[in-house]
Ligand binder design. Structure first.
Ligand code: PLP
Length: 428
């Protein structure tokens, strides 16, 4: 028994499934999770003293790598002044102004403490603003665990094979319409059926909770046009892609302007932070200026703002996004070349510093249906092989991988050497 195994057994006694978020339990790959003791740069270290090159990055926030000195310093400085005030601070203005400067579609922004809160609040706002009840989301997209969004969701919900969660009343779920990602006709059909009922479309601009599926050419703009035609709002959920795929998020990468944007992960630098923002006219509709209620005891928390701001400032460095994209291409194309070498059928996708690989004969993966048909047994074998070689990938075939600035050439090389060995192993 490793120390991680022992801790997992102990954790299961006091924490449901031993984890505080389901996908961490390794249900998607089998075996027991590694308990992490510390992390630094591109590496995480488990309770048994093993080092792993980390492609999870705390599920997205750690774009500069772990334990970044600038973020650490900002947190240490902020802590001197107290942990939480529940009153406005200047730091929140700095953060809001930074977000607005970085993401042109955002004219006003409200801070929250998680991505779930961001999407949940943005949807309430869209419903209040349009005075319509229904929302349209896509199968396999995950937007957090609010009731109305846990319908045909991705991520952990998908890994656990629960398309819609028990506990979400049918009366709530019936207002969530589900379309097929990258299939504009499925969206048109729903708008034709409910022309005056749909308040908003919400989507991941690069779907990262069903592996990594970029939008097909024109898909995002078509969604924008449909929203305009029917008077619905377009919410681009950039909790994962924001400040990651590009400085101004996937919306800038693909050149489409949403009404509302939701943010999380990178914006907090590893602290619990989310945000939603967009057109001033819409944002003014939330309390206290407007009638739609939204609040949070720890919203805009000074320590979280300090960490997030330090990360956002560092992201303004020239050439940083090009460097992230170069590293990501190297890993994704490297996996593919090695799979070809060992005659293991594989497809890859990557955008900015997000990547995905698929054990399948198909070469262009654009749909949720294709992802579900991939060879899961092969994924599990590859996963554990890589873990044994010191590479920590997302423990589910439905999650994107992330690169950080701390992944230096040595870490990238080591990763490909491991992949070469594992892909060439007989068991696969
Ligand atoms: N939206 C997207 C696109 C996500 O990937 C996630 C989390 O993975 C969320 C929303 C929910 O964020 P959180 O887990 O911070 O509540």
């Amino acid at each position: 028994m490793t120390r991680s195994d022992t801790l997992f057994e102990q954790a299961k006694q006091s924490i449901p499934g031993g984890v505080n978020s389901p996908v961490r339990a390794f249900n998607g790959v089998g075996g027991s999770p590694r308990f992490i003791e510390k992390a630094d740069g591109a590496y995480v270290y488990d309770a048994d003293g093993n080092a792993y090159i980390d492609y999870v990055g705390s599920w997205g926030p750690m774009i500069l790598g772990h334990n970044n000195p600038k973020i650490k310093q900002a947190v240490v400085e902020a802590v001197q002044n107290g942990l939480s005030f529940g009153a406005p601070t200047e730091l929140e203005i700095t953060m809001a102004e930074k977000v607005i400067a970085m993401v042109p579609s955002i004219e006003q922004v409200r801070m929250v403490s998680s991505g779930t809160e961001a999407t949940m609040s943005a949807i309430r706002l869209a419903r209040g603003f349009t005075n319509r009840v229904k929302i349209l989301k896509f199968e396999g997209c995950y937007h957090g665990h609010a009731d109305c969004l846990l319908v045909n969701a991705g991520s952990g919900a998908l890994t656990l094979g629960q398309p819609s969660s028990p506990g979400v009343p049918e009366d709530f779920a019936k207002h969530t319409l589900t379309a097929t990602y990258n299939d504009i006709d499925s969206v048109k059909a729903l708008f034709e059926t409910y022309p005056k009922d749909i308040s908003c479309i919400i989507l991941e601009p690069v779907a990262g909770n069903m592996n990594c599926i970029p939008p097909v050419e024109g898909f995002l703009q078509d969604l924008r046009d449909i929203c305009d035609q029917y008077g619905a709002l377009l919410i681009i959920d950039e909790v994962m892609t924001g400040f990651r795929v590009a400085k101004a998020g996937a919306q800038a990468h693909y050149g489409v302007t949403p009404d509302l944007t939701t943010l999380g992960k990178v914006i907090g630098g590893g602290m619990p932070v989310g945000a939603f923002g967009g057109k001033k006219e819409v944002m003014q509709y939330i309390a206290p200026t407007g009638p739609v209620y939204q609040a949070g005891t720890l919203s805009g928390n000074p320590i979280a703002m300090a960490a997030g701001l330090a990360q956002m400032e560092a992201l303004e460095e020239d050439g940083l996004y090009e460097e992230l994209a170069r590293k990501t291409k190297y890993i994704a194309e490297g996996f593919k070349a090695l799979a070809d070498k060992h005659q293991v059928p594989m497809a890859i996708n990557y955008v900015g510093s997000m990547f995905g690989f698929f054990f399948t004969e198909e070469q262009h993966i654009t749909s949720f249906a294709q992802v579900t048909k991939c060879n899961m047994e092969r994924f599990k074998a590859f996963y554990h092989g890589m873990l044994n070689e010191g590479v920590y990938l997302a423990p589910s075939a439905y999650e994107a991988g992330f690169l950080s600035m701390a992944h230096d050439d040595e870490a990238l090389e080591k990763t490909l050497t491991a992949a070469d060995k594992v892909l060439g192993s007989v068991d696969l």
